[in-house]
Structure formats: structure tokens, C-alpha cells
Design a protein around this ligand. Structure first.
Ligand SMILES: [Zn+2]
Length: 77
């Protein structure tokens, strides 16, 4: 299991990126869960956004943290 810190970016302009945002209750939890070996962590608040995913599984996706609302992308993939 490896933890990767994600990179916080400004809110993407409408239509320029695929954004996964959570519309439910806010809190510290993962919005994407898989069966892999890696965790991806919000670069702003440390919340685990993606739990047990495979490296390379989530590409070109901006994910809004359900805890703090920051927009995160993966570094170096
Ligand atoms: Zn966060």
C-alpha cells in the first residue's frame, strides 16, 4: 500500500477537464474505492480521496475533495 499526495489546482474552467465532484454530505472519506494497492490523498487537507486504487487507473481526472472542496489532480502520471 502506497500513499500518494495529490496536487491541488484552481477550479478548472467549465468544459476543460473531467471533474469528479461529490454532491453528498461533506466529510473525510474516499469518493473512489477500488481493489488496488494505492491511496491518493488530498494535497490540502490530507483526506484519503481515492482508496485502494491502482496506479494509472485514474488519469486526467480532477477530483474535488469531499472534505475541503479542493480540486486535486494526480502528479506525475
Ligand atoms: Zn481536502
Amino acid at each position: 500500500m502506497t500513499d500518494y499526495s495529490m496536487e491541488v489546482i484552481p477550479k478548472p474552467k467549465e468544459g476543460t477537464a473531467a471533474v469528479f465532484s461529490w454532491s453528498g454530505e461533506k466529510g473525510k472519506f474516499a469518493v473512489i474505492k477500488g481493489e488496488g494497492n494505492d491511496n491518493y490523498i488530498c494535497g490540502a487537507c490530507g483526506n484519503v480521496i481515492c482508496q485502494n486504487v491502482n496506479r494509472g487507473q485514474i488519469i486526467n481526472l480532477v477530483i474535488a475533495c469531499p472534505n475541503c472542496g479542493s480540486y486535486n489532480i494526480l502528479k506525475g502520471t
